[in-house]
Design a protein around this ligand. Structure first.
Ligand code: GDG
Length: 489
């Protein structure tokens, strides 16, 4: 089994695992279970002269960033250009001189630090928008290993992507990967649109993408969760709420993409329209801080706090506060119990690559008495989770009505919807996601071997008799020039 090299902006500090989100936990799992190395930023900011040493602890290798790198690469290009534009917020993108150079510079520096640690048969899996140029930089250093890229956030419509001054450079960087994985079919459609209309590439009859004289495979790999992590919890009893009140739960980083003001407004309208539910329902919103030194995040925080204040002021009673807004992180082990004791999971982002909270909420439900998932149609998860109550978060009035529908849903209907949702979530869990991406990348690697090498590899796989071997073998092309059929969708 070849070693997997994971490259991501942040590397999980295992000592802080209880604060971590889904992806970090998933990557940590690969590190525990496969020969691997996980490389990325340590989260520290140090003087530039102290940034060139890699700290290595077993399978984890990290480097610090300098202050200027942190400002221009991380807060700047990644989070003030790519993040807003990829989420459809061109209006708040800051195209500032110097950001892109630093973005390329950090990718170049990280590539140079990673390269000496690589072995010839390693396969490299790069994660997310911070590191789009990583393959290009590694290749400039002579690295010939297979390199795959996974984008956790949405791929925007092609005109939106073209608004980034450096869009063509970014597209060339994407073309340096062997495999580009996106969350949804809609994202793939956007990428293909861009290839056809933005840079006049084409799609081969076998479904591979040809741009800038490069041939790459693009496919959707919807990310999942570790279901067992969320099925163990009891019900959380320690949360304050009116006696007997039903809880609506929201868990989102305090990010302008998550639709939090719209969610609060919809809840306010719900209380306005259906006064019989006052004192009967609370909205608990856990919204841990994130990227708080970027202006747009300060703005959203102020907006949210003023909304929560005004809704609580308008409807609250001495013994009932309608919105519990918690601007801190909650330990991961408590989340399952909080989800399970909430009648509604309200996941209403304006745009989201996937949204793991939607899946976590369902996984945590009591199958005998499950809660209802209210899910934005603009979350990638909506492509799979058809049995949720799908809403348009911009339509505040309709969302308010859906809250009522969810509260009044019969036990039979709740069970029926839950059964369909949990089936999908279990089938496409985090292990399936990791395996399918790595199997696709490995099968591409097989393609360039000689027929004799492939025959030998197949022999070995059959001999191993592991369930994965079969899936891999079926992806291996019969000869070096014949393409496998990736999922283009
Ligand atoms: C990006 C994409 C895509 C949240 N608050 C706390 C906490 N969390 C955990 C959740 C969940 C994770 O963080 C958040 O994941 P999401 O998927 O909801 O959103 P992003 O952070 O924006 O993630 C997204 C994802 O990548 C994976 O590809 O789905 O679309 O934007 O696991 O439970 N965890 C703890 N305390 C909190 O207060 N412990």
């Amino acid at each position: 089994m070849s070693r997997v090299i994971l490259v991501s902006n942040r590397v999980l500090d295992l000592r802080k695992a209880s604060q971590a989100g889904g992806v970090a936990v998933a990557l940590a799992d690969i590190v525990r279970t496969r020969p691997s190395l996980w490389f990325g930023w340590s989260g520290e900011i140090k003087p530039a002269e102290d940034c060139s040493t890699v700290s290595r602890e077993g399978r984890i290798a990290t480097v610090p960033l300098s202050l200027s790198e942190h400002d221009r690469y991380y807060l700047g290009y990644a989070n003030s250009v790519l993040w807003p534009v990829f989420h459809g917020r061109l209006d708040i993108a800051h195209f500032e001189a110097g950001y892109f150079e630093q973005y390329l510079g950090v990718n170049r520096r990280l590539a140079a630090l990673l390269q000496p640690m690589l072995k010839p048969d390693d396969i490299i899996w790069v994660h997310d928008y911070h590191l789009i140029p990583m393959a290009a930089e590694l290749k400039k250093l002579g690295v010939t290993n297979r390199i795959g890229f996974y984008l956790h956030i949405p791929f925007p419509p092609w005109q939106m992507f073209s608004a980034i001054p450096e869009h063509e450079h970014l597209a060339r960087c994407l073309a340096d990967y062997d495999l580009v994985g996106l969350q949804t079919k809609a994202d793939i459609a956007n990428l293909i649109d861009y290839v056809l209309n933005g840079v006049f590439g084409n799609v081969t009859p076998q479904g591979r993408v040809r741009i800038f004289d490069r041939l790459l495979t693009v496919a959707s790999f919807p990310i999942g969760i570790d279901v067992a992590d969320f099925t163990k919890g009891g019900r959380e009893t320690g949360l304050a709420q009116g006696r007997g009140a039903s809880r609506i739960i929201g868990v989102d980083r305090l990010d302008y993409t998550k639709g939090l003001p719209q969610k609060f407004k919809a809840f306010g309208q719900f209380l306005e329209k259906f006064p019989q539910y006052r004192r009967q329902v609370v909205l608990t919103q856990i919204a841990p801080p994130t990227r708080s030194s970027v202006d747009a995040y300060t703005d959203i925080r102020q907006q949210l706090e003023s909304l929560a204040g005004s809704i609580n002021g308008q409807f609250g009673e001495l013994d009932w506060v309608p919105i519990h807004y918690i601007h801190r992180s909650t330990a991961r082990r408590r989340l399952a119990a909080i989800y399970r004791s909430s009648r509604i999971g309200m996941v209403t982002p304006l745009r989201d690559g996937m949204n793991l909270v939607a899946k976590e909420y369902i996984a945590a439900q009591d199958p005998e008495d499950p809660g209802v998932l209210v899910l934005s149609r603009f979350a990638g998860a909506a492509e799979e989770l058809h049995s949720a109550l799908i809403v348009n978060p911009y339509d505040i009035g309709a969302t308010a009505d859906v809250i009522r529908t969810a509260l009044e849903m019969s036990l039979d209907e709740r069970r029926e919807r839950y059964a369909a949702l949990i089936e999908t979530i279990e089938k496409n869990d985090i292990t399936a996601w990791c395996r399918s991406f790595l199997a696709a990348l490995e099968s591409l690697a097989e393609r360039d071997k000689s027929p004799e090498e492939i025959a030998l590899a197949l022999e070995k796989l059959r001999g191993a008799g592991k369930p994965r071997a079969k899936a891999r073998a079926s992806n291996v092309a019969p000869g070096p020039k014949v393409e496998s059929s990736p999922r283009i969708n």
